[in-house]
Write a protein that binds this ligand. Sequence first.
Ligand SMILES: [Zn+2]
Length: 184
Amino acid sequence: MVIDPGDDIADVLQLVRKHNLSVKQIVITHAHIDHVGGAMKLRAATGAPILLNQNDYALLKMLDAQAAWIGVPDPGKVEIEHSLAQSDRVTAGSITAEVLHTPGHTEGSICLYFPAERKLIAGDTLFAGSIGRTDLPGGSFEKIIDSLHDKLLALPDHTVVVPGHGPLTTIGEERESNPFLVKS
Ligand SMILES: [Zn+2]
């Protein structure tokens, strides 16, 4: 499973070959170009299907505009195999993740929770000491706060959080010290 191949597909493929793996699915946490921009190139190289929550399909149609905003080439149309919804499960070999639908950064943002590995792939919903921005199209501050409290803070404190950008953290650490999450 490759999560959020934004770019650098040659590097991704090099890692896949080095570990003698085969890519079975490409999971996208949300349809921002820096998370999905390389997905079609990776699909072309591996044949793996691309999965994304349907609430981000509209944002996916705006990849040309997103490319223009940040001044990178338009990656073209991205074809989604099927939508990933709340409580769906995705597996890679013996590893299983539960899909948490966490709207706010975008309408279709998801996080992937690997209970056995005690790990959360958080997309751009939760960062060490911060949360995802909500001022882009489809963003909602109210929704991201609800998602964080209802879905992510419901996870055990020992859960290691792998954010879409920046350093690792844990649910416990963020519960204690994230200024957007601590109760005043
Ligand atoms: Zn984003």
